[in-house]
Write a new protein. Structure first.
Length: 287
């Protein structure tokens, strides 16, 4: 990339460490089976709350990476920005999707964090590029040289399963709807649903997210999540991705760019629906 653009290699490297340093405040949920209107599928949220005063919203990009070796790699879609090669939002052709939250308010169960190890944006890219099942991703994350305090999410549309991961240099704990943490009145367990609002210990956002997910439990769809979950919780100011892994669609909204009009924050803006089968059918460049 440095050779192609003429930019300094170390500058590009530092840009790709921004996520590791800032982590951002974000939200996620995974909802499946009884939580959904069709009772058959997996709906996953990745809401990115980050800087909307910088350049990111001016250069949104969906990049389709086609595998050159189907025996060892998987084609995947990276949802980010021009020139961004790490992954914080994306889905692969095996219907694995990723979510992430930066943790600024952990509890003691996180242990120690570190700045030495594999940056999480590259670990999540490896999940998309190499893993075929949720068990593959669990094994990868459990055995990684982990760094900072995060909550990760991985959904598997084939198995209709979702795991939230308490992630730090010290621990990798995997949660479903039966053992989700932390346990608190503002973070109740909901059948076939796993969620966190903005942070690990964040009652204000998590309580509202829980309320909306509980209210629409049994009828939840991507459209309802757009109109009555993210916009009510007010999460996903830079971008929002809703992966409808049962129906093979992704819904994406981005913050207002410099040349655009309308609401500023992504969760208030129009979403674009992407047909995952059609996106993966896009032909790679012929060079």
């Amino acid at each position: 990339m440095a050779d192609a653009t003429g930019l300094d290699y170390k500058k590009i490297l530092r840009i790709h460490m921004i996520g590791e340093l800032t982590k951002a405040s974000c939200s996620m949920f995974g909802a499946w089976n009884t939580a959904l209107g069709d009772k058959n599928g997996l709906l996953q949220l990745r809401a990115l709350d980050w800087n909307i005063d910088g350049p990111f919203q001016n250069f949104p990009q969906i990049t389709v990476y086609h595998t050159s070796n189907a025996s060892t790699e998987v084609s995947f879609i990276n949802i980010g920005w021009t020139g961004w090669i790490g992954s914080i939002t994306g889905v692969n052709s095996q219907r694995l999707a990723i979510s992430e939250i930066g943790v600024s308010f952990p509890d003691d169960t996180f242990g120690k964090e570190s700045r030495f190890g594999i940056p999480f944006t590259y670990l999540l890219r490896d999940v998309l590029q190499f893993d075929r099942t949720i068990d593959d991703s669990i094994n990868r994350i459990a055995n990684a040289h982990r760094t900072c305090d995060l909550i990760l999410g991985v959904g598997d549309g084939k198995l209709r399963e979702f795991r939230g991961i308490q992630y730090s240099a010290s621990v990798a704990n995997f949660y479903d709807d039966m053992n989700m943490q932390p346990t608190a009145d503002w973070h109740p367990r909901i059948q076939d649903t796993v969620y966190w609002g903005m942070d690990w210990l964040c009652p204000g956002y998590s309580e509202i997210l829980a309320r909306q997910l509980a209210f629409y439990h049994g009828s939840l769809t991507a459209e309802l999540a757009i109109f009555n979950v993210t916009s009510v919780v007010q999460t996903g100011d830079l971008h929002v991705a809703l992966y409808d892994l049962g129906n093979n669609f992704v819904y994406i909204a981005n913050a207002r760019g410099a040349t655009e009009t309308g609401p500023l924050k992504a969760y208030d803006r129009t979403f674009v629906r992407g047909d995952l089968a059609a996106l993966f059918a896009e032909l790679p460049p012929n060079v």
